[in-house]
Write a protein that binds this ligand. Sequence first.
Ligand SMILES: [Zn+2]
Length: 420
Amino acid sequence: MRTLIRDCMVWDGSGAAPFPAEVLVEGERIVRVGRGVTPDGDDVRVIDAAGMTLMPGLVEGHAHLSFCGAQRNTDLGDIPPEEHVIETLHNARTLLDAGFTSAYSAASAKLRLDVVVRNEVNSGRSPGPRIRAASPEITVTGGLGDENRLHMNRSSFGIVADGPEAIVQAVRTCIREGVDNIKLNISGDDFVPAKGGMTVMRETEVRAACEVAHDFGRRVASHSRAGNAVKRAVQCGVDVIYHCEMADGEALDLLEAARDRLFVGPAIGLIHNTLHEAEPWGITKAVAHDLGMERCLENSQRTYEQMRKRGIRVVIGGDYGFAWTPQGTNARDIEHFVRLFGYTPSEALQCATRIGGELMGLPVGQVREGLLADLLLVDGDPLQDVRLLQDRSRLRLIMKGGAVHKDSVAEARPAVRRAA
Ligand SMILES: [Zn+2]
């Protein structure tokens, strides 16, 4: 089956200005991008897209598909595995409905949730984005993700392991069970006793985890808020470094020197919403202040202005999946990049498409001949207003690998055009 998308403006994800063109999709690939493309032969589905912008499908760079409206970290441990599978599968569909054709997971709440949902989506039985499945957050005793207390065992999204040997075993177990990405919590976080400014996973532990994951051809991502946690991640070979807002000049220099091999992501959505939208869950301005959210937002602004200037590859993804960061609102991160970090709309959209595609390690994220046809047709011009992408009624066509997930373009158009 072939599809011709006609008369649209194409924003191709490269950073070039939008241009008028036709785009021909054959099978799962984009085969032609150009003016006046008129395929011969039968069985061409034609989509008239005047007034619309064709762009790459969005890439969520910090997905937590198994986070289903948690208010506390322990909520994610309390859900039985059976319900949790269903919730995760539902979230995968929600992301695709919101225009995200790829999701790079930044941690799974239970070991096999990402894995089983990735496999189910890949089988074609259930809708969802392309998924790179993550491990739970491997953490040290007392770190982010260790909810145990001396009198009580409780779980959240962590696997607790101490010392290089235990960490190596945790990494190998996750890989045996099918994950693509390993997640390490190198720093703490202000939500838990080990604070964000603390670097709590030792260098020998991080290095051992990276060596083993790379031996198996897997990627490693880290939770690194503290400057030292960023430096440790770079020096030990971590591939994707999240948060980084306390990175000092030395840490930024290290990131810049390694910018061709690694990615960073601020996960700003959760910080923004905890400050401004979490009152219904008891997080008043005063509580958010005590949690250090204002300082965290200011640090993120200062740091990501630098990331942008230094050409470091930054991906969107804001820890969506908590009660006040609902799944499906992920495109708000693009607006945050523009409003808070000084990115141009084109730059922010590249973070959400082309750079996300590079993170996925797949031929996605651009509208280019030969790439997989992961495409969005947007009613209007998202470069004029990136908030259009937050309005699902504006997403008129969602295509993943040439297969239509949603099509609300013209009800009356003929399904198949016969060539003359
Ligand atoms: Zn996260």
